[in-house]
Ligand binder design. Sequence first.
Ligand SMILES: C[S@@+](CC[C@H](N)C(=O)[O-])C[C@H]1O[C@@H](n2cnc3c(N)ncnc32)[C@H](O)[C@@H]1O
Length: 213
Amino acid sequence: MQQDSKQQEHGHAAHAQHHEHRHMAFADAEKAAVKFNSPTRDEWQKPEEIVAALDLQAGETIADIGAGTGYLVAHLSKAVGKSGTVIAIDAEDAMIEYLASRVEALGPATVIPHKVRPDGPKLADASVDAIVILDTWHHIEARPEYAKTLFAALRTGGRLVIVDSPLEAEIGPPAQMRISPEQVMQELSAAGFQVRIADESMPRHYLVVAGKG
Ligand SMILES: C[S@@+](CC[C@H](N)C(=O)[O-])C[C@H]1O[C@@H](n2cnc3c(N)ncnc32)[C@H](O)[C@@H]1O
């Protein structure tokens, strides 16, 4: 994954290769977890900054799109607490199975693994308070349409945070998959969001905050 090799993200060398991985096995998810959930990841991923940008309150419902092996779910769960809910969304069966095997460990919030197709998060309108997309927005193909579904899924006052790799970062996805923060802002504002680039201290990522007024 990102700390292991330049121009190669989480073992996905390019979109084509990503699609080959679509039917990964549970064992592959366990292998991915060794990297995604590495105990040293917090040092550069700064999950506390992502959680702060989401402005989460106890009892809220947050969707983590592209939840993978639950690295961020653990942090989100603590922020919304026992009365809160984390919907852990992924397009890969193996990731969903892996998440399902860990829902108790990912407490105290109620954690709901949610399998989706790649073209939409399958969330009801006005059903969530916040959405986070970590290292996954660049995997979404029809982003303008996808952004509209995110806007609809959020309640009024809802927040969307997208964390992804800058074009110039030394470590991250292949160059052809990267999206600039300015492009992300454009995609989200076209869907109706109020957007800004947040201050952060992550060496490998930017953080875009979008609000539904
Ligand atoms: C690079 S991993 C990041 C995982 C996690 N967010 C993290 O940072 O550890 C990308 C994840 O997004 C999922 N994914 C890719 N495209 C997706 C889509 N269109 N909808 C939902 N999940 C998707 C993949 O299966 C994978 O688990």
